[in-house]
Design a protein around this ligand. Sequence first.
Ligand SMILES: O=C(O)CCC(=O)C(=O)O
Ligand SMILES: [Mn+2]
Length: 208
Amino acid sequence: MSVNSTLAHLEQASAVIELDHGARLWRFHRVLGAPAEALFHTLCNELPWERPTVRVFGRAHAVPRLTCWIADAGTHYRYSGLHHRGQGWPEVLAPLRQRLRRLTGRDPNGVLGNLYRDGDDTMGWHRDNEPELGPAPWVLSYNLGAERDFALRRYGEHRQSDLITLGHDELLVMSPEVQRHYEHALPRRRRVTAPRLNLTFREIVTGR
Ligand SMILES: O=C(O)CCC(=O)C(=O)O
Ligand SMILES: [Mn+2]
């Protein structure tokens, strides 16, 4: 997949955010339109959500949200010390995948689902730079349900540098430089009482 073809597709974005070091994010509003509402409820009810336990500094913690991993059969992916094997895609995700391919020109073969039950569910600072994603990972992050703040900071610094409020039926595309030079997080927001579902589509390149 050529970077130029991706960049040409991304010119259709509703907005582009330029950060330091060539890191860029593109926002697409109203990705699916009316069908997004039904998709939100179907995915909440039908995806195989779980609440895995991870080890942080030697101590076991249940992650503060629900997650699921979906990918092409035969793929392998490791994050937070957990090993995930792809088992194929449920039919319900086919129209969204097709739409994201058309909008971005990318062809992701795996997706990490996150279900934030309310504003107490969070994700800590991290980068999406697992070795399976290769040296230049593109991440397509699609959102349904409640609006939530998505925070960024330069890698190696403590202070948050940017905040983007992501809404229902919105896609955020992150260039590889975002993973190289920035970390991102989904901070706690006590005032948010409704659930939000996020799907981060990725390209596993090992064994492709
Ligand atoms: O929920 C979000 O917007 C972020 C999710 C995320 O960063 C991830 O799945 O790696
Ligand atoms: Mn991430």
